[in-house]
Design a protein around this ligand. Structure first.
Ligand SMILES: Cc1cc2nc3c(=O)[nH]c(=O)nc-3n(C[C@H](O)[C@H](O)[C@H](O)COP(=O)(O)OP(=O)(O)OC[C@H]3O[C@@H](n4cnc5c(N)ncnc54)[C@H](O)[C@@H]3O)c2cc1C
Length: 405
């Protein structure tokens, strides 16, 4: 068996694991990242696309923002559409200059993998049989097989960045975690289409047939979603049927609609709100989707992963540089403040914009009134805007050795 000694063992090379590895590297802290999928699989996975202002600032401050600056699409606002009318919410004006940026998660992951490789620090793809142990000891371990050889990473801390279906959270003994969960009676059918976006900003649509979302990945690629039953099979939907449904839900009275093009990727995503607390057990720290999931309506998942990692990096830096443990001890509480606000926002966006199967005519009218109020009150739009672009970070960039934006 090969034994590898490091300071921080990181399970998972998604956004959380890769961001943490790079932040630690910038602070001279060694890490080993262990990922069970292949490099291509991790990069090709189509998921998030909307980055909060703070996530954009973080990537730039970390020196991994070149691709983002070249290809990211900054959006100064968004549209909320209902009863055939689109209403503009000017994020920049309402938040004193903050915006969101559309840049695919796969691009971020690609940039971060390149940055990791450039550091020369270890990143194992296609690790098999990954397990963690010794969580309550001072030297926890990550065990795995790679290229037919058994490896053991001996570390001071483990960062569980292995997503919702990973092994870190289930490795915490029974009875330690409290789980808060809500499932929704719908999912999202999403497509990537070779069609130039017909609008420069996202359009969130509340339609009598259900929710739909217009977004984009690049000047050539449109990303669209609509609400379907949670167990819906993508095989039930021909490309023609998908376009019919998209156009029915999204076309507005002024004849605005998405451009139609070849569908290059499609799938159905379930919707769930989930929080496991505390986000720490012994020397294991959970970050990102490993600890919490939001429905994608509020576009918060990747952004929360980034903010967890910032908090964790500050705590680890303080431990290694000054031997202090209070920020490690406060990690879970600090993260959860933001996590719960993002949970509330994502739940609210989801509940207001989606049609529930048991919705009564009263519920429907109440939702329309909610949207009417939202789009006609500056106070309501400001509340939406400040949450959508991202609430202020829990910790400063300077505390992880980065320059403030
Ligand atoms: C359709 C969709 C749209 C979304 N849109 C947005 C959006 O617009 N904005 C936003 O902020 N968020 C969005 N999200 C959420 C976002 O994609 C996630 O929150 C984000 O990927 C979380 O990053 P993570 O690193 O915590 O987890 P993950 O991205 O899940 O990464 C975990 C990594 O761990 C690896 N892993 C798993 N098990 C093991 C194991 N046993 N051993 C080793 N490695 C393991 C996985 O292969 C993966 O690479 C969306 C999600 C979906 C599904």
């Amino acid at each position: 068996m090969s034994v590898i000694r490091t300071q921080v063992g990181i399970v998972g090379a998604g956004p959380a694991g890769l961001l943490l590895g790079h932040l630690l590297h910038l602070n001279g802290i060694d890490s080993v990242i262990v990922e069970n999928r292949s490099r291509d699989y991790v990069i090709d996975r189509v998921r998030a696309g909307v980055l909060e202002q703070g996530t954009v600032d973080l990537l730039k401050a970390m020196g991994v923002g070149d691709g983002l600056e070249r290809k990211g699409l900054r959006h100064d606002g968004l549209y909320v559409s209902f009863q055939g009318e689109r209403h503009h919410v000017n994020l920049v004006e309402l938040t004193g200059g903050k915006a969101i940026t559309v840049y695919g998660q796969n691009e971020i992951v690609r940039d971060l993998i390149d940055a990791r490789i450039a550091t020369g620090r270890p990143l194992y793809f296609e690790a098999e049989g990954v397990s963690v142990g010794g969580l309550e000891s001072a030297e926890p371990t990550i065990a795995f097989q790679h290229d037919g050889t058994a490896h053991e990473v001996q570390c001071d801390f483990i960062a569980g960045c292995d997503g919702f279906h990973g092994i870190c959270r289930p490795s915490i003994p029974d009875g330690v975690l409290t789980v808060y969960e809500r499932t929704y009676p719908f999912g999202w059918l999403g497509i990537l289409a070779e069609a130039a976006p017909s609008c420069d900003e996202l359009v969130y649509t509340c339609h009598a047939r259900g929710f739909a979302l217009f977004s984009m990945r690049s000047p050539q690629v449109t990303r669209l979603y609509f609400q379907v039953p949670p167990e819906e099979s993508i095989d039930n939907w021909s490309d023609e049927a998908i376009w019919n449904e998209m156009l029915t839900r999204m076309t507005t009275h002024d004849r605005w609609k998405p451009n139609v093009g070849r569908i290059v990727q499609k799938g159905v995503t379930p919707m769930r709100s989930f929080v496991a607390t505390p986000m720490r057990h012994g020397r294991l720290f959970l970050a990102g989707d490993a600890a919490h999931i939001v429905p994608p309506t509020g576009a918060k998942g990747l952004n929360l992963a980034a903010s967890d990692v910032l908090v964790l990096a500050r705590a680890l830096k303080s431990f290694y540089e000054r031997g202090r443990t209070e920020w490690l001890d406060g990690y879970s509480d600090t993260c959860l403040r933001r996590v719960w606000k993002a949970q509330r926002f994502s739940w609210w966006m989801t509940s207001t914009l989606h049609r529930f199967p048991d919705e009564t005519p009263f519920d429907h009218q109440r939702r329309i009134a909610d949207l009417d109020y939202l789009t006609s009150s500056r106070a309501a739009m400001t509340s939406l805007a400040e949450q959508y672009v991202g609430l202020p970070a829990e910790v400063s960039f300077e505390s992880v050795g980065l320059s403030a934006p």
